[in-house]
Design a protein around this ligand. Structure first.
Ligand SMILES: Nc1ncnc2c1ncn2[C@@H]1O[C@H](COP(=O)(O)OP(=O)(O)OP(=O)(O)O)[C@@H](O)[C@H]1O
Ligand SMILES: [Mg+2]
Length: 310
């Protein structure tokens, strides 16, 4: 198993009698892009603040890169980048000057920093405005600068809280690609978002919070199968002039649990991905296979189903 970058044990935050995060148990491995989902007020930002050492848990523990953020907040902050919902920069300084300031804070050598800053500003699409004061930037431009700022630190873990808010559609594609490339370089990402298609595009795994409780946690395809088909895989084969003998051959294939034939379409349910075996059974029994697909799940449906459960 890869190294755990985040591990929480019954992590809890109460504000008075109100429980914002309730006994959260979460494990995130190095290089994962973890989608952290949940309705407004579900407890996502509160969780991130505890992991960053910016607010203390009421009970339970958190470990980030092997350290306790409540006890070693400075060390944790050095390894963790955070792009908050609203990023703040020195408005009178230029994009480049702001990043130089971050580089200084993180003790990155000037000579090394200059090249890195220029190339990062280029990759977030701010190459042409890097010498303009941030005061002249739109919300989306500031958001892009926030990503460059986090990346400059070379963090082990990056928290991105709604990083695409206010960014235009082409820009969103750029930002999502940028996030994926950060992950490929080994930076673990926690991506908080309400925009499910974006989460579906880049996240390997999602966790869904509902009123402070983690109600689902896993890869999107597995959560989808759990929600839609009680953990089973559903495959669909299109066969030309589908005959009863072909249906029977598929039904007899070991591992197949259910077969439903409608017109020329066979819907097969099984405990695993059996596209290979099903194709073979169809062909061997004389059927002409026109197409085969496995059911894919839409995060929107998964989200609605699980967030209703709590
Ligand atoms: N400092 C605070 N004092 C009291 N209650 C708070 C405080 N901070 C957060 N809360 C409450 O904790 C709950 C969780 O808030 P949190 O900001 O973590 O939600 P969120 O999942 O990030 O929501 P959103 O999607 O709107 O950003 C909310 O009910 C909120 O009102
Ligand atoms: Mg929030």
């Amino acid at each position: 198993m890869a190294q755990l970058v985040v591990e929480t044990t019954d992590l809890t935050k109460k504000y008075g009698t109100f429980t914002a995060v309730n006994r959260l148990n979460l494990k995130i491995e190095e290089g994962e892009v973890f989608g952290f989902l949940g309705a407004n007020g579900a407890g996502k930002t509160t969780t991130m603040l505890m992991l960053l050492g910016l607010t203390e848990p009421t009970s339970g523990t958190a470990r980030v890169c092997g350290m306790d953020p409540a006890r070693e907040p400075l060390e944790v902050k050095r390894l963790v980048g955070y792009v908050p919902e609203r990023v703040g920069f020195y408005e009178e300084l230029t994009a480049k000057q702001n990043l130089r300031y971050t580089a200084d804070l993180n003790r990155i050598r000037r000579a090394e920093a200059e090249d890195k800053i220029t190339s990062l500003l280029g990759s977030v699409g701010l190459g042409e405005v890097m010498d303009h004061p941030v005061a002249t930037f739109s919300r989306g431009m500031k958001q892009r600068l926030g990503l460059a700022d986090v990346w400059l630190k070379d963090p082990k873990l990056a928290f991105l809280d709604e990083p695409t808010t206010g960014i235009d559609p082409n820009g969103i594609d750029d930002i999502l690609k940028l996030i994926s490339s950060m992950a490929k370089r080994g930076i673990t990402i926690i991506f908080c978002s309400h925009v499910l298609p974006q989460v579906q595009k880049i996240c390997s795994r999602v966790g869904i919070l509902s009123k402070g409780n983690l109600v689902a946690d896993g890869p999107i395809d597995r959560l989808g199968r759990d929600a839609a088909a009680a953990g089973r895989y559903r495959m669909e084969a299109e066969v030309e002039d589908l005959k009863a003998s072909v249906v029977e051959a598929v039904r007899k294939t070991e591992g197949v649990e259910e077969v439903e034939a409608t017109g020329n379409i066979l819907v097969v349910t099984a405990r695993s991905d059996m596209r290979g075996q099903i194709s073979r059974a169809i062909i061997d029994s004389g059927g002409l296979l026109l197409g085969m697909k496995i059911e894919e799940y839409n995060l929107d449906k998964i989200y609605k189903r699980f967030s209703k459960e709590a």
